[in-house]
Each structure stands twice: as structure tokens, then as C-alpha cells.
Design a binder for this molecule. Structure first.
Ligand code: TYM
Length: 348
């Protein structure tokens, strides 16, 4: 047995630790907020150590204008803080400042199999028909994501529904590493996909996910939208002419209506059942204004705070630097143990 295999902090009995990430590739949407960020804040208050990462290395798997990427990274950091992440209680940082992510990512590139990565739906969607022209980074994306969580011996990862497949792959990679090297070193992570808004849909098409890359800005609410824009987008959201029913089952064939009910529920910390019970029999002529008022009351203060924080980017950079130092202090020893397990000679 090597030192690494007997070191404390192995998979068995790993203390709970939460990690999640968001790409700084454009602004935050209501989907990111309800599916991820709002839940990050709840977990921060759960008494478990929480690490939240702006995954800039993932962002460059597709082309990013350098100046826009820098701005988006700072604005995303401001979004986290404005939404309630406290950099004193959570570790908030950007991925490229903690090189252990990329280093472990390389090791995991050598563990994962081409076939596993080729099956990832996000790769297929983003690469489209022209796979030959996709970056190698886009293909290897899930290995870096597995490294993000594994390099902290993370146990729980709060995400929206669309990240489930990537986290299942991260579990496979951890299991294969432990198996190949005959260790019980990496914990197998638990995706935490919970709440009314794990999949917020487009406001224009209830069968498509709300996304920052959708060509139509009317399809999404951005955290940087002002109150008038939020109200307009909700007023123009596609719906049907039926009133709301008194039970959720009756919404199964009405994806746009169901989406607005879910959004209302997540914004007001209620269940979708409670929302339909409250609005049963009412049409969208009264439900949409209520939803717009609720959305503005939650999102406008966040928007104001983002704008205030962006007035001092030096302070944002300082927060990210301090977070990176704290993250590095956890990641570096785990990376060193990994190198030891795989047989690299290290200075002692
Ligand atoms: P990203 O940047 O696309 O999205 C960040 C988070 O927001 C969630 N999300 C949604 N949730 C509900 N409804 C939606 N319409 C919606 N759109 C986005 C996502 O599920 C995600 O939780 N690969 C990740 C980033 C990442 C990561 C990680 C996450 C890199 N490393 C390690 C967790 C752990 C991504 O592209 O998320």
C-alpha cells in the first residue's frame, strides 16, 4: 500500500462536501437561478462545506471572445453574491485559478473511454452535424467536469436536470479509477436534482429548455433584465386559452402552462400543487400579471445588486483570488495523492 492509499479522506467515510459550477458563457438565466443558484444558497446554509465555481475552462470549449469572457466571469461572480452566496461561508472562485482541475482532468481523460464521451447528449447537441470541427475540449468536457467534483472529494452536486448525464458519467469515472488502481479513493458523487424548477422551459416553446444560447431573447428571463423587460417577457410568454385547473395531472398536455406554474412555485417557495390550488379556474389574464409581479419582486433586487457589485471589479477579483486559494488548499493534497496512486514520481 502506498501512502496515498492509506491516507485519510478516502472514499469510505468522506465527509459531506458540496460542489457545483456554472459556465461564464453569457449571462445568468432564470433557469440557472431556479435550477442551480437559488439551491446553492440553500445548501450554503445547511452546515456542509460548499464550493461554487465559475467554470471558465469549460466555457472555452466553444469560442469565447476574451474581453466578453472576462466580463461574463466577473458578472457571474456578482450574480452569485447578489443571489446570496456569501464568499466568507462558501468558497467562490473561478476554475482556471486552481490548476488542480485541469491536472486531474488530464488523468481522467486517460480513465474515461471514447465511447462513453461519444454518447453524451450535450456533446451531440453542441457539436451538431459538424463533429469533425468540434474542439477536442468539447469532447473531453465531461472529464474536466468529473475532475471538478472529484478533486475536492465532493459528495453532493446540486444541478438542474440537464446535467444528470454528465454526473452519471462522473460516477462511472470515479468507479473505474477506484477499480483500475484497486483503491477506495474517490467518493461516488450524488447528483442533487430537486425542487419545482429542475428544468425551466423556454417561454416561447414549453418543450425546449430555457437556455442562454437560444437565438430569441424573448425565450428567457435574464438576471440582468430590468422590471419592464421581465414583465413584457412574461406577458408575451406562449400559453393556451384554458383557465388553470385545480390539479397538476390536468397540466400534463399543457407544457407552457405547467412551466409557468413551476416557475411561480419555485420563485415563491411553494409546491406546484399549492400554486394550482391557489389559481384554479383563473385564466392567464390574471395569472401572468401575478407571476410578473412575483418575478420582479425576486429578481429586481438581485439585478440592482449585480449592477452595484460590478462598480468595483477589483473587489470581485480579490474575492475570486481568495476563494481560489482556499479551494487550492483542499484540491492540491487530493491531486498529490492521485498522482501517487497512478505512479508519478513527486518531490517529497
Ligand atoms: P450551465 O452553465 O449550463 O448551467 C449551470 C446550472 O444551471 C442549470 N440550468 C438549469 N436548470 C433548470 N432549468 C434550466 N433551463 C437550466 N439551464 C441551466 C444547470 O443544470 C446547471 O446546474 N456542465 C455544467 C457546469 C459544470 C458543473 C461542473 C456543474 C462544470 N463543472 C461540476 C456541476 C459540477 C454546465 O454547463 O452548466
Amino acid at each position: 500500500m502506498t501512502d496515498a492509499q492509506t491516507a485519510p479522506g478516502g472514499a469510505a467515510g468522506a465527509p459531506p462536501r458540496v460542489f457545483s459550477g456554472i459556465q461564464p458563457s453569457g449571462g445568468l438565466t432564470l433557469g440557472n437561478y431556479l435550477g442551480a443558484l437559488k439551491r446553492f444558497v440553500e445548501m450554503q446554509d445547511s452546515g456542509v462545506e460548499t464550493l461554487y465555481c465559475l467554470v471558465d475552462l469549460h466555457a472555452i470549449t466553444v469560442w469565447q471572445d476574451p474581453a466578453k469572457l472576462r466580463h461574463a466571469t466577473r458578472e457571474l461572480a456578482a450574480g452569485f453574491i447578489a443571489a446570496g452566496i456569501d464568499p466568507a461561508r462558501s468558497i467562490l472562485f473561478n476554475q482556471s485559478q486552481v490548476s488542480a482541475h485541469a491536472e486531474l482532468g488530464w488523468v481522467l481523460n486517460c480513465v474515461a473511454r471514447m465511447g462513453w464521451l461519444g454518447r453524451m447528449t450535450q456533446f451531440k447537441d453542441k457539436a451538431g452535424r459538424n463533429r469533425e470541427n468540434a474542439s477536442v475540449g468539447l469532447f473531453a468536457y465531461p472529464c474536466l467536469m468529473a475532475a471538478d467534483v472529484m478533486v475536492y472529494h465532493t459528495t453532493h452536486v446540486p444541478v438542474g436536470e440537464d446535467q444528470k448525464q454528465h454526473l452519471e458519467l462522473a460516477r462511472e469515472i470515479a468507479l473505474k479509477f477506484n477499480h483500475d488502481y484497486e483503491v477506495d479513493f474517490f467518493p461516488v458523487v450524488e447528483p442533487v436534482i430537486e425542487g419545482a424548477a429542475t428544468r425551466v422551459m423556454s417561454l416561447r416553446d414549453g418543450t425546449k429548455k430555457m437556455s442562454k444560447s437560444d437565438a430569441s431573447d424573448m425565450s428567457r428571463i435574464n438576471l440582468t433584465d430590468d422590471a419592464d423587460t421581465i414583465s413584457l417577457k412574461i406577458r408575451k410568454a406562449r400559453t393556451d386559452s384554458e383557465p388553470l385547473p385545480d390539479n397538476l395531472a390536468a397540466l400534463s398536455e399543457r407544457p407552457e402552462a405547467r412551466n409557468l406554474v413551476n416557475i411561480y412555485a419555485a420563485l415563491s417557495d411553494q409546491t406546484p400543487e399549492a400554486v394550482v390550488a391557489q389559481f384554479a379556474g383563473q385564466g392567464f389574464g390574471s395569472f401572468k400579471p401575478a407571476l410578473a409581479e412575483l418575478a420582479v419582486s425576486v429578481l429586481a433586487p438581485i439585478n440592482d445588486e449585480i449592477n452595484r457589485l460590478m462598480g468595483d471589479v477589483g473587489e470581485i477579483d480579490r474575492i475570486l483570488g481568495a476563494g481560489a486559494a482556499r479551494a487550492d488548499a483542499i484540491a492540491r493534497p487530493i491531486l498529490e495523492q492521485t498522482y501517487d496512486i497512478v505512479g508519478m514520481v513527486r518531490a517529497r
